[in-house]
Design a protein around this ligand. Sequence first.
Ligand SMILES: C[S@@+](CC[C@H](N)C(=O)[O-])C[C@H]1O[C@@H](n2cnc3c(N)ncnc32)[C@H](O)[C@@H]1O
Length: 202
Amino acid sequence: MSFFENTRKPAGLGGKMMVFLMNLGHRGLSRWGFQFLDLSADAAALDCGCGGGANLKRLLKSCPEGRVTGVDYSEISVGKSRVLNQEAVAAGRCRVLQASVMHLPFSLETFNAVTAFETVYFWPDLHRSFQEVRRVLKPGGTFLICNECGGDASRDEKWTEVVSGMVIYRDLQLKSALEKAGFREIQLHKNKKGWLCVTGRK
Ligand SMILES: C[S@@+](CC[C@H](N)C(=O)[O-])C[C@H]1O[C@@H](n2cnc3c(N)ncnc32)[C@H](O)[C@@H]1O
């Protein structure tokens, strides 16, 4: 297995290194994407494909009176996210569960916001997983997708060559998939680096 396969599902020692590197390497993208997320101080937020948990930490800062949940289907990602956010976990403000986005272990209308940074490339069935995200969002809640690869840069292809099963979606493909899953008020944001952030409302 190539080291880069750990971006899809971190495993073993390579996976431990990858989650550490992702927390560092995705800082800029994360800061950029968070400007498009409007959260109240007491919001309940879910980060799907939380990786090493850096975005859980950001969400905890953004909603200091709220509760933050992370899900990831990788045991390594879940472990690292719990360690990184251990104080908030101990305080009962953060929980991290091992689960697939295809079957989110939450009731209908649980969250005010759901985020997905650098992860929808790997989701096996975009329509079903977007419907699943919509199910757990409260009415009016926001789903934010943020990707470093927006399909416009030539370097994007290099990633699909080294990570099996990775699919890079363009802005309009994500917009259409979100609309089909029932989201409205879709907003598209791009920058010069080719980064893409898409938000939709339930
Ligand atoms: C490239 S990493 C991004 C991690 C983190 N969001 C970040 O921005 O640093 C992708 C993460 O999504 C997780 N992931 C991919 N597909 C998933 C799925 N279907 N269900 C849950 N987690 C998934 C992987 O295990 C991995 O931790």
